[in-house]
Design a protein. Structure first.
Length: 268
């Protein structure tokens, strides 16, 4: 009998941590359009950079198997060749805490944002690929012993489609099909290269699916043979990459389950 896929809720750093794209804060690919007032940044958001443990305590009371923790490249390497070791250690502390609460931890290394210093057209530039590999190896040098799995790109197709087809995210291109394909090739090359290296070879999650908070989608996914299902999201967050809703909400300063959490009933 095939084992049920592990179900993890996503924690997408840019949307939930706070501390991006403002004065003296790490700048991402969204910084130019935020500065122009075309949309609002995440601001302080839910300030989970200092309070991840509070939401993990509640997550541990649910039928979830774990979390997918988004490591934000712009926080870890806010300037080219300048790594923030304290930020990396904070992510390690969060991962260890989650596991201490009985939660599985998969980390994603590149989400929907990247450091501004890479440029808006990052996924078309050949020199970016080795920088992704170097960044990824730096992260795993610190986190490898504290996580159960690794996903290099949280959602590569969403990254490409929104940036080069829909013009709904950086680099704000519409129907740039040729460039979209070039970006896909570069992203696939990065994942392939990392898959040959340790500790990625042992930790890389190869079969997974990301779904929105939807009961039918979860039940359908549970019937597949993927290894992990990522439900978006544990916390909604703020800013241009925020999820539509979250499993947890904060009320009167305390995190608790939201009405959307009934999606998890099929896990009981």
């Amino acid at each position: 009998m095939t084992a049920r896929p592990s179900v993890l809720a996503t924690l997408e750093g840019y949307a939930v941590e706070g501390g991006f794209d403002a004065v003296r804060e790490p700048a991402t690919c969204y910084a130019p359009t935020i500065a122009l007032g075309r949309h609002r940044g995440p601001g302080v958001s839910d300030d989970l950079w200092r309070g991840y443990e509070e939401v993990l305590d509640v997550a541990a009371t649910t039928p979830l198997d774990g979390i997918r923790l988004g490591v934000e490249w712009a926080r870890v390497e806010p300037h080219s060749d300048q790594f923030d070791d304290e930020a990396l250690e904070r992510y390690a502390v969060v991962a260890r805490y989650a596991r201490s609460q009985g939660l599985r931890v998969t980390v994603s290394l590149v989400g929907e944002v990247w450091p501004l210093w890479l440029g808006l057209e990052a996924w078309l530039l050949p020199w970016v690929a080795p920088r992704v590999v170097r960044y990824a190896r730096r992260v795993l040098d610190v986190l490898a012993s504290d996580v159960d799995g690794v996903v290099v790109f949280a959602d590569a197709e969403r990254l490409v489609t929104r940036g080069f087809i829909d013009a709904s995210a950086p680099p704000w291109r519409r129907r740039a099909n040729e460039d979209a394909n070039s970006a896909r090739v570069q992203i696939e090359g990065v994942v392939h290269e990392l898959a040959q290296l340790e500790p990625f070879a042992a930790l890389l999650v190869r079969d997974w699916r990301t779904i929105d908070l939807d009961g039918d989608a979860l039940r359908e996914s549970l019937a597949t043979d993927v290894k992990e299902i990522y439900v978006r999201a544990l916390v909604k967050g703020n800013g241009p990459t925020a999820a539509r809703t979250g499993l947890l909400v904060r009320h009167a300063g305390t995190w608790r389950l939201s009405p959307a959490s009934d999606v998890l009933d099929s896990l009981h």
